[in-house]
Design a protein around this ligand. Structure first.
Ligand code: NAD
Length: 297
């Protein structure tokens, strides 16, 4: 049984911490939201009064925070965890943030001789609840290996993408590709529908042809084609447009920083930002299908 400090108990972090308790670990938690702390108490976690108190004496510290500024606030500066932790601790940041922030935190930890890895996840809230997330890690191989003992209670797949920040880069590469597949699939389906084709029949044809991809296999964006997909429940309960938009923004930042050429990623970033501005930020990202609907002349 390990002593774990867990900070950030939102839609993802709450169920992840609960799965660590189920795995037999002692989990001391902190979040700014009272409701999140109440849910964590019910799940068997011990509540601490601050991030530093949650992390004190822990073998592993895990963070699952919204964005760069939250990760910087928790880890860096005079009051940050980097000043509180000691060399025996391994800090694991599972938030999706820029690779630049991940490297900045890595460097601050390395300067104090403490292990830190970036370990963003794929799999969404359903994966967090079921303990089937995919962890995409960046950092020292030995530190990633050491993290397995806790990550395996929250996920099914653990990858080591490379050095510090590589986990974040691999994660946004995947999400950029996913957004391109989703927009392309939506566009093709809408073209067929505009010509009177049945969306289910067209989906079956493309899924068995060269246009086959993950969205056609398990996440069809057209309502009614797949009963289990968010499209068939008014695009509720999936991966939010706003989160996809955030990840695509990180991908564009990374492209600019490296000189990588990402025209499709830039286009899908703008499509998702526009869809959010039009009021669909809290819908599942497959709702982009509706932006591409044919208008009758
Ligand atoms: P969320 O907004 O539900 O939860 C974030 C939690 O962090 C909140 O409870 C908030 O109170 C807490 N928090 C913020 N600042 C804090 C601080 N200084 N100290 C302590 N707690 C603090 O977000 P989420 O959906 O759980 O996502 C978390 C991360 O996981 C994000 O980076 C997101 O991009 C990523 N992610 C989300 C999903 C998804 O489907 N929701 C999937 C993959 C990755």
């Amino acid at each position: 049984m390990a002593q774990i400090g867990f900070i950030g108990l939102g839609n993802m972090g709450g169920p992840m911490a609960a799965n660590l308790v189920k795995g037999g670990h002692h989990v001391r938690v902190f979040d700014l939201a009272e409701a999140a702390l109440e849910a964590a108490t019910a799940a068997g976690c011990e509540v601490a009064e601050s991030a530093a108190a949650a992390a004190q004496g822990a073998e592993f510290v895990i963070t699952m925070l919204p964005a760069d500024k939250h990760v910087q606030a928790v880890y860096l500066g005079d009051q940050g965890l980097v000043q509180q932790l000691t060399a025996g601790t391994l800090a694991i940041d599972c938030s999706t943030v820029s690779a630049a922030t991940a490297r900045q935190v890595h460097e601050a930890f390395a300067a104090r001789g403490i292990d830190f890895i970036d370990a963003p996840v794929s799999g969404g809230v359903g994966g967090a609840q079921a303990g089937t997330l995919t962890f995409i890690c960046g950092g020292d191989a030995a530190a990633v290996e050491r993290a397995h003992v806790v990550l395996e209670h929250m996920g099914k797949n653990i990858f080591h993408a490379g050095a510090a920040g590589a986990g974040q880069i691999a994660k946004i590469c995947n999400n950029m590709l996913l957004s391109v597949l989703m927009v392309g699939t939506s566009e093709a389906l809408q073209l067929g529908i505009a010509h009177g084709l049945d969306a289910k029949v067209l989906s079956d044809i493309m899924a068995k042809s060269s246009g086959s991809n993950w969205t056609l296999d398990v996440y069809n964006p057209c309502p009614g084609v797949m009963t289990n997909a968010p499209a068939s429940r008014n695009y509720e309960g999936g991966f939010l447009v706003d989160l996809m938009s955030k990840d695509l923004g990180l991908a564009q930042q990374a492209a600019l920083a490296s000189g990588a050429v990402t025209p499709m990623g830039a286009l899908t970033h703008n499509l998702y930002r526009s869809w959010s501005v039009l009021g669909h930020g809290r819908k599942d990202f497959s709702s982009i299908f509706n932006l591409l609907e044919a208008k009758q002349k």
